[in-house]
Structure formats: structure tokens, C-alpha cells
Design a binder for this molecule. Structure first.
Ligand code: 2M8
Length: 406
């Protein structure tokens, strides 16, 4: 029944060649959502999964960047803020897009789609695009330490994570020009604040006005984003193998970023973000710091440190994984990325645990099923009561359930 409902939601959110995250709140195509959705669709409709990824990469820019939103021209202007008129840019395909990116989990998605239904032609088509996506990050965003930076909280995918409070405080808010549409659909206490939005808008505008070249007052190295980048390289090695390419450079790059992360971002049981503008670590209790568990070459003592933290600070054994450690003062069980449990974040950590600690991975997968059984396919969940928050019929919650139970 629950599986039938998951498929029903994905069918309802399908737009002909890709899936919207949610009909009303997010009526366009989002980058990392499409990767998670493809992973789930691979379980019952691999053709759709391939289409999902190829449609997204159809809007790739010449410099290799994969925009975080591809706008649907049929959706009325003003239905989502900030919309195409704000970003004011088009991909070579002609699609209106945003100008920022999201965590590069797409190589992993492409590989999972291929595993579900082997299709070397699909892999050969998408491989050069995935390589270009990584190349953009190396060219435009890599520091001397070998880490990739993000220039907007939206690029982290965990928009209002408390990890961004300090770097965001340095950004001048821009009260004018913010027309929030999210509050038409979800109550204010479950979303970022107006102040957050004023800063998001100011940052996006500054980046846009530089031709999407120069970061504004926010530039950080995020452990989730860098882990996704490293996992992408490790996965590209497998894809290169099938496509007759050379896996070696990808393996070297995966090892290099893993080493840089261990050296510069790991601190006392958790990976932390670092502020590129001040050079200072951003110490927080974000579950983003557990996602590097996915990296295949992570040293054993670091794996053990992360697992200890997941158990002690995040209550891994007791139930669903919160996005922020509950004992921390910034924790908020209902407000978006400041504490609630998210299925995609849980899935990423689950991937990291599956082969290392099946005894912990199993209950984590069960917690996804439990949350959805109790609250439905909500966008996020109170990690204690499992009360559902955010929008209903959320695509990646449905998609990743299908993967977790497969
Ligand atoms: C949320 O972000 C968008 C901006 O990109 C928003 O709040 O309007 C985040 O949860 C992000 O991770 C996600 O990709 C997006 C669509 O589901 O929504």
C-alpha cells in the first residue's frame, strides 16, 4: 500500500520528462531532487529515471554548471520566488534557470539507474556531462587546499542550517524585493525567517550581478557538498570503466578530496564547514558532517569517530536521524533544516553505513518507513514525534522510500 502510494505521488508530480519536488511549493525542476527522484524511479520506471537526469543535464551551462533550478515556462511567473525573472539567465538549451548549483549527487544517481537496468548508451551520453559538472566545480570553486566551496546557502541544499548562521550574519539583508511565496503553502514556523530570505536574496542578486562569477559575502566549504563531490569522482571511475574511459584520474581525485577533507574539515568526531572568507572553521552540530561516511576511502578511525558521534549526539539508534543535534541550543524540531529529519539526508548517511555497519543501517532504513507510515510523504518530520512538516506528497520522500525497501 505504502509503495503504491509512493508511486502514485511520483506519477502525480511527473511533468512529462522530469518530476517536480512538490506541485505547489516547488513547481519546477530542482537539481539534487532530480538525482534522488531518479534513484527511486530506477526501482519501478528506469526510463523515467534516465529521462529525469537527461532533462536536468539538458539545461547544463557551457561552463559545466548544472543549475539548481530549471524553470518550467508553463508555470505562471510569480508562482515561485525567486523565479526566472529574478535569476535572469538562460542555459544554452534556451531554458530559464537559476545560476547556482546544488550538491553533485548525480553521478551516483546515474550509476544506480544503470544498475537497475543496464544501459551503456545512457551512461555514454551522461558521462561527459557529469565530468563537465565536476570540472566546473574544480575550475570555479576549488581552493588551494583542494576543497570545493559554495557561494549561497541554497547551494548546500540545507538552506537555513544553523551552520550558516554565523557566515550569514555578515551578509547585509535586503528587505526590498523579497516576495515570499513559500508561506502561501507552509506555515511560517516551519520555514526560514524573513531575515534569512532577505539575505538569500541579497546574496543571489550580488552573484547574478557579477555574471554568476564572483561570490558575494558568503563562501564556505561544506562537508556534505565535498563528500558528494568525492563520491561523484569514485562513481565516475565505475562509469568510465563501462564507457571505455580511464577510471584512474577519477580515483585519484576522490582520494585527494577525501584527504583534504580529513585534514581541513574533520574535528572531534564530526566534519565541519569552513568559512573561506575568514579561514575559520564553522563549528556546529549539523548532520551534514556525517555524510562523508559515504566516501569509500575514509580512514577507519574517522569512520569510527563519526559513528560514535551519530550515536551519542544524533541518537542514531533511537530512531530517525535529525538534521541537527537535538541537544544543541539552535535545534528546532519543526523548522526546516534546523532539526527535523529529512529522508534524503537519512538516505545519504544510510548509504555510508550499509556496508560498514549493517546493524545500524537496518534500523535507519526502518525509521524512514516508520516516519512515512505515520505521517505520510511529508517534506520533513519531527525526529521525536514523527509529526510531518512542510509540504505533502514530496517527491524525494516517495522516491527514496522505494529505494530503501527494495
Ligand atoms: C529547498 O530549497 C528551495 C531553494 O532551493 C526553497 O526553499 O525554496 C531545500 O530543501 C532544497 O534542498 C531542495 O532541493 C528544494 C526543493 O525540494 O527545496
Amino acid at each position: 500500500m505504502i509503495l503504491r502510494d509512493a508511486v502514485r505521488i511520483l506519477v502525480g508530480n511527473w511533468d512529462g520528462s522530469y518530476t517536480v519536488p512538490s506541485r505547489r511549493l516547488y513547481p519546477h525542476q530542482w537539481s539534487w531532487d532530480s538525482a534522488f527522484i531518479a534513484i527511486g524511479n530506477a526501482r519501478w520506471a528506469p526510463r523515467r529515471a534516465r529521462s529525469e537526469l537527461l532533462t536536468l543535464f539538458g539545461a547544463q551551462w557551457r561552463d559545466g554548471r548544472v543549475p539548481h533550478i530549471v524553470f518550467n515556462p508553463k508555470v505562471p511567473l510569480g508562482a515561485y520566488f525567486p523565479g526566472p525573472e529574478f535569476w535572469d539567465v538562460r542555459a544554452p538549451s534556451g531554458s530559464a534557470t537559476s545560476g547556482i548549483v546544488q550538491p553533485p549527487v548525480h553521478a551516483l544517481a546515474a550509476w544506480r539507474v544503470h544498475q537497475a537496468e543496464p544501459d551503456p548508451a545512457f551512461l555514454r551520453r551522461i558521462y561527459p556531462r557529469l565530468v563537465a559538472q565536476q570540472q566546473f566545480l574544480r575550475t570555479a570553486r576549488r581552493s588551494a587546499d583542494g576543497l570545493i566551496s559554495i557561494v549561497h546557502p541554497w547551494e548546500s541544499g540545507m538552506d537555513n542550517s544553523p551552520a550558516w548562521d554565523a557566515p550569514l550574519a555578515a551578509v547585509e539583508a535586503e528587505p526590498s524585493g523579497v516576495t515570499r511565496r513559500d508561506l502561501d503553502h507552509v506555515s511560517a514556523h516551519e520555514r526560514p525567517t524573513d531575515r534569512d530570505y532577505e539575505r538569500y536574496t541579497a546574496l543571489a542578486r550580488a552573484y547574478r550581478d557579477s555574471g554568476y562569477r564572483r561570490p558575494g559575502a558568503f563562501c564556505v566549504e561544506d562537508p556534505l557538498f565535498n563528500a558528494a563531490y568525492g563520491v561523484a569522482e569514485a562513481t565516475l571511475a565505475k562509469i568510465a570503466d563501462v564507457c571505455g574511459g580511464d577510471p584512474e584520474p577519477h580515483l585519484r581525485e576522490a582520494a585527494a578530496v577525501t584527504e583534504a577533507m580529513v585534514e581541513h574539515l574533520y574535528d572531534d568526531g564530526l566534519f565541519q564547514a569552513r568559512d573561506v572568507l575568514t579561514g575559520c572553521p564553522i563549528r556546529s552540530n549539523s548532520a551534514a558532517g556525517l555524510v562523508p561516511l559515504m566516501l569509500p576511502g575514509l580512514p577507519r578511525e574517522i569512520v569510527n569517530g563519526l559513528i560514535g558521534t551519530a550515536l551519542d549526539r544524533f541518537g542514531l539508534k533511537d530512531g530517525v536521524l535529525p538534521s541537527f543535534a537535538p541537544a544543541a541550543p539552535e535545534f528546532d524540531a519543526a523548522r526546516y533544516w534546523r532539526g527535523p529529519s529529512w529522508i534524503n539526508l537519512t538516505w545519504l548517511v544510510w548509504q555510508g553505513l550499509r556496508h560498514r555497519r549493517p546493524d545500524l543501517a537496518g534500523p535507519l532504513a526502518d525509521s524512514v518507513i516508520r516516519a512515512i507510515r505515520q505521517a505520510g510523504f511529508r517534506e520533513y518530520f519531527d525526529p521525536f514525534s514523527l509529526l510531518g512538516h512542510g509540504c505533502h506528497d514530496f517527491s524525494w520522500s516517495a522516491a527514496l522510500l522505494l529505494d530503501v525497501v527494495a
